[in-house]
Each structure stands twice: as C-alpha cells, then as structure tokens.
Design a protein around this ligand. Structure first.
Ligand code: PEP
Length: 254
C-alpha cells in the first residue's frame, strides 16, 4: 500500500496477559512478522510484563509501548510509574488519554497534556487518544469534542514534540464493541483532526503527524481503513491479544 506516512500499528493489551502469556504472544508475533519493514509495530503490555517482553523483542523489529505513565518525575507518588521507569525497559511509546482512563480514572485533557510533555521530556513518544461518545456523535458534537480534546491534550507541545507525537482517533462507541467506524467515518474524523493540527501548528507539520484509528479493528476491516488517505495506522485492543489476528491486521495493511 502506498502511504504518505509510514503506518504505525500498536497493540494495546490493556489489563490482560500474565508474563508467561505475554512472552508466548510476542514469540508468536516475532515468528509471524519477520521482515515487515513497511509498518512500525508496537506492543503495549501491562507494566508487569514490560521487563520480560523488552528482553524478548530485543532481536526483532517489534517496539515496546506502555499504556500510561505519571505526569510526575520520580518521587512520592504511591502506585504511579514514571517515564524514567519506562526508559529502563527501552519503552519508546506511551499511550496517553485512552478513553478507558478518561472514563474510569477521570483523566482530563489538562492532565493528558502534562503527561505528554513529561513523555517528551524523557524522549518517549506519546500516542494521544481522542474520540467522541455515541451520544456526542448523535448530538452532532463530534467536531466540537475532538477540537476540545486535541487543543487540551496537546497543549504546550512544541512543533518538534508534536512531530514525534502520534494521535489516535478512537471513537468511544467503537472500542471493544465490535462496532467499527466505517472507512468514510474514520477518514472524515482524521481529516478534521489533521485540519485542527494545521491550525494549531502548521500545515507542513500536520501533514507529517501520524493519526491512528482505533475501535474494533480486525483483520477483515484493516485494509479498507488503512487505505484512507488520512489513516496512518491502528491502535488495536481485543484483536491484539491473539497472534493470528494481530499479525493478520498488519499483513492485511501492507
Ligand atoms: C483500544 O482499546 O484502544 C481499542 C481500540 O480496543 P478494541 O480494538 O478492542 O476496540
């Protein structure tokens, strides 16, 4: 597939996989995905499996991501994980502002922006998630919600930092529901987001930023989604927990 930007496909394992299960999954992915150069492939295990997965993928093209981090540096923040902890395991990406954290941990755009700045300060690349709920979409508020989220969650990033940030459009109604946005719906939202980036930064930078789609991506719908001009990859939840489905998503996207 001929794309303007290199595809980036990341697996968000959420609160799944023991260390043994995580190792079995990456072992399978390594076998399936040797010599895939067209796509940046990222796995985001739970914190508890980062150390072992990090060692297991050293000799592969898989890259490591985390699912969250603190906005603070090392210190008295019980139960939190600092960017410095992630760096110990050669983590390169960190998912920030996932809708599950926005919902359950009440993460605000302001907090997500602080985390994004902290990630960049540690040379980690944030994958910043935005997306509207079904009620917001049906109420005609999609653009307003996305605009508020991008402005708030990316606040204070320099152009250079934005260039190293990945944006993930994840309509909340499509996450874990089996209900995928149509390719046209995804393209419309991605084009809107790219337009907002152009307004906040500049058009040249907006053209370089990769925007992932997330929400019930499967082997059967990956290709059509990735063919959209403004869709530059995927953030995959459920289908990333299985060697066959995650590797087929990647193979079908090339
Ligand atoms: C996600 O959690 O980021 C996600 C997109 O989940 P799923 O693929 O299961 O919808």
């Amino acid at each position: 597939m001929n794309k303007e930007r290199k595809l980036i496909i990341a697996g968000n394992w959420k609160m799944n996989k023991t260390v043994a299960e995580a190792l079995a999954l990456v072992k399978g992915l390594k076998l399936e995905l040797t010599n895939v150069r067209e796509v940046d492939i990222v796995v985001c295990p739970p914190f508890t499996a980062l150390a072992e997965v990090s060692k297991a993928i050293l000799d592969s093209d898989l890259r490591l991501g985390a699912q969250n981090m603190s906005e603070h540096n090392f210190g008295a923040f019980t139960g939190e994980i600092a960017a410095g902890h992630l760096k110990e395991f050669f983590v390169r990406y960190v998912i920030l502002g996932h809708s599950e954290r926005r919902q359950h941990q009440k993460e605000s755009d302001e907090l997500i922006a602080k985390k994004a700045r902290a990630a960049h300060a540690a040379a980690l690349r944030p994958i910043v998630c935005v997306g509207e709920t079904l009620a917001e979409r049906e109420g005609g508020l999609m653009e307003k919600v996305l605009e508020t989220q991008v402005r708030g969650s990316l606040a204070g990033l320099t152009s250079e930092q934005m260039g190293e940030t990945i944006l993930a459009y994840e309509p909340v109604w499509a996450i874990g529901t089996g209900r995928t946005a149509t390719a046209a719906q995804a393209q419309e939202a991605h084009a809107f987001l790219r337009g907002r980036l152009a307004a906040m930064f500049d058009a040249g930078l907006a053209r370089r930023v990769r925007i992932q789609y997330g929400g019930s991506v499967k082997p059967s719908n990956a290709r059509e989604l990735m063919e959209q001009p403004d869709v530059d990859g995927a953030l995959v939840g459920g289908a990333a927990l299985d060697v066959r489905s995650f590797s087929d998503i990647i193979k079908n996207s090339i």
